[in-house]
Ligand binder design. Structure first.
Ligand SMILES: Cc1cc2nc3c(=O)[nH]c(=O)nc-3n(C[C@H](O)[C@H](O)[C@H](O)COP(=O)(O)OP(=O)(O)OC[C@H]3O[C@@H](n4cnc5c(N)ncnc54)[C@H](O)[C@@H]3O)c2cc1C
Length: 501
């Protein structure tokens, strides 16, 4: 008999959800995590009197007990929804481009439309028509999941717009470039500009955040990761921290085991990997066992952006420096393609950044009279990898300084209230997340690398993937991917009568 029915590699969102779902179905599951804590991106760390959230800014897809979103049912099945204190945000975001625009959109369809119409009165009708299209499209998109044979006649908006670029649809609907920029602000959550972002992605972001509200939770994403781990352990699962998986053993096209970094061999017929497909196929499985096709598929994908992230603790309330919103996008440029091109350079002076101040949604996010802030500037790892080591620290603090200049222009006095600051470059994210290029959303999120086209199942029997590299990045998709992969494994085991339930 195998040592475990399933070995899950990695305790990020995808791995934790998969492991917990399996253990709760009575499957003997071992979870291996090379770090000393659960969560992957979904963690926190301490500096001074602050506990900094690493990754979560706005949770999507949760909703509430009355209006449950897709993530609600995933977390409810794991038994963690009632164990955590959820926070719904009132606003989508504030976008500030000094001298050009300063606008805050509510997470409410009518209020959002009203604000946009007040700012852009000449596009009043177009704004209403655009939101009608977004809603019509998303309702049709969601209905296709329950339809075995969706047709263009039944879902015309879905078939017409799903794979169009957001820019095409924005150009079709609006004339004012600033309005297009305001409406597509969330492209930063996917990491590809509107010219490459599918309309499906933009529409679903707007629809989901408006209808289900952007969310957060007390204790941040670490509280969620710990709660899922606790449920996994309560269901009889086994976890090993500080225990990386080095090899996945394959014999005759079938998974047979895992070798840990300590050299121990664990026998199993199923592996679910939260480590990237890139790492698994090129480093963890001996090449003769990897179908040639997989190398071709990988060759068509590119590693997505990481980020230059500033974790800042202020010694004052947010209002003292004029921060009145949780979610703030700040930029100087108005051309998303140029902003995207900047992802490839170290310089940060003209970047478009996300600044979250958690205290506006959760006053307990830091000690009384202080503020916890995260500033995210998406950046690819390449220029950082090419930097001579002796220049690293100088560059890291120089670009952090450039970001602070941008922040200071919008929130005067910010700098003088900094009590703690930690700067994470793409290299820091590589080190702690162990993802190729420190990528935070997996591969570049072009449509072909999304959930629409990728299967979590490998052609190698018994091997499955979860997390950002097996579909879309972000909290909701990666948490949902764990649940989907667990369902597939159980279905397979049932077919082979390896589980009773
Ligand atoms: C700064 C930042 C801001 C972000 N903002 C948001 C946001 O606002 N909203 C949003 O939805 N998303 C956001 N994201 C993205 C989101 O956090 C990630 O896409 C998601 O958490 C990735 O989950 P995952 O399942 O792919 O696992 P990961 O988080 O990548 O975790 C994988 C785990 O596997 C472990 N592992 C890897 N290889 C091995 C091995 N060989 N053996 C054992 N363990 C291994 C790693 O140590 C890690 O713990 C952000 C991310 C970052 C870093």
């Amino acid at each position: 008999m195998a040592d475990y029915d399933v070995v899950v590699i990695g305790a990020g969102n995808g791995g934790l959800t998969a492991a917990c779902s399996l253990a709760q179905k009575g499957v003997r599951t071992l979870l291996l995590e090379r770090h000393n804590m659960p969560g992957g991106c979904a963690t926190s760390f301490r500096r001074g009197r602050f506990e900094f959230e690493v990754a979560l800014h706005q949770l999507s897809g949760l909703g509430s007990k009355d209006i449950p979103g897709p993530l609600y049912s995933v977390l409810d099945r794991l038994g963690v929804v009632d164990k955590l204190e959820w926070i719904a945000m009132e606003n989508l975001y504030r976008l500030v481009i000094p001298g050009k625009i300063d606008i805050t959109l509510k997470a409410d369809r009518e209020a959002c439309i009203k604000t946009l119409q007040e700012y852009f009165p000449t596009e009043k009708e177009n704004i209403s028509t655009f939101f009608d299209l977004v809603y019509q499209f998303c309702i049709q998109f969601l209905s296709t999941y329950r339809d075995a044979e969706p047709t263009p006649e039944n879902y015309p908006a879905y078939f017409k717009y799903a794979l169009k670029s957001s820019q095409e649809v924005l150009d079709e609907c609006f004339t004012d470039p600033l309005l297009k920029l305001v409406i597509s602000t969330y492209w930063g959550y996917v990491g590809v500009p509107p010219s490459s972002l599918t309309f499906a992605d933009l529409a679903m972001l707007l629809f989901a955040y408006i209808e289900l509200k952007p969310g957060h939770l007390k204790g941040g994403s670490q509280a969620l990761s710990t709660a899922i781990l606790d449920q996994f352990l309560a269901a009889g699962g086994t976890v090993r921290f500080n225990c990386g998986a080095k090899k996945i053993l394959v014999d005759n096209g079938q998974v047979t085991g895992v070798v840990t970094e300590d050299g121990e061999t664990i026998e199993t017929g199923y592996v679910i990997s939260n480590a990237s497909t890139l790492t698994v196929y090129t480093e963890m499985i001996d090449p003769q066992h990897v179908p040639e096709e997989q190398f071709k598929i990988l060759g068509g994908s590119t590693v997505g952006p990481s980020s230059l992230t500033l974790y800042v603790g202020l010694d004052c309330d947010p209002a003292v420096v004029g921060i009145n919103e949780t979610t703030n996008f700040i930029g100087s440029g108005t051309d998303p393609d140029q902003i995207f091109a900047n992802f490839h350079q170290i310089d940060s002076s003209d970047d478009y950044v996300l600044l979250s101040c958690y205290n506006l949604s959760d006053p307990d996010a830091s000690p009384p009279g202080t503020s916890q802030i995260a500033i995210v500037d998406l950046k690819y790892a390449e220029p950082w990898l090419e930097l001579p080591p002796h220049q690293y620290y100088e560059k890291k603090y120089a670009v952090a300084d450039q970001l602070l200049n941008q922040v200071e222009a919008v929130f005067p006095g910010f700098r003088e209230h900094i009590e703690e600051i930690e700067v994470a470059t793409p290299l820091t994210h590589m080190r702690f997340l162990r993802t190729p290029g420190g990528a935070i959303y997996g591969f570049d999120q072009y449509a072909k690398d999304s959930n629409m086209f990728l299967s979590p199942k490998s052609p190698i029997k018994g091997l499955y993937f979860v997390g950002a590299w097996s579909g879309s990045g972000g909290f909701q998709p990666t948490l949902s991917s764990g649940s989907a992969a667990a369902r597939q494994v159980i279905k397979n085991m049932r077919a082979k009568e390896e589980v009773q339930r």
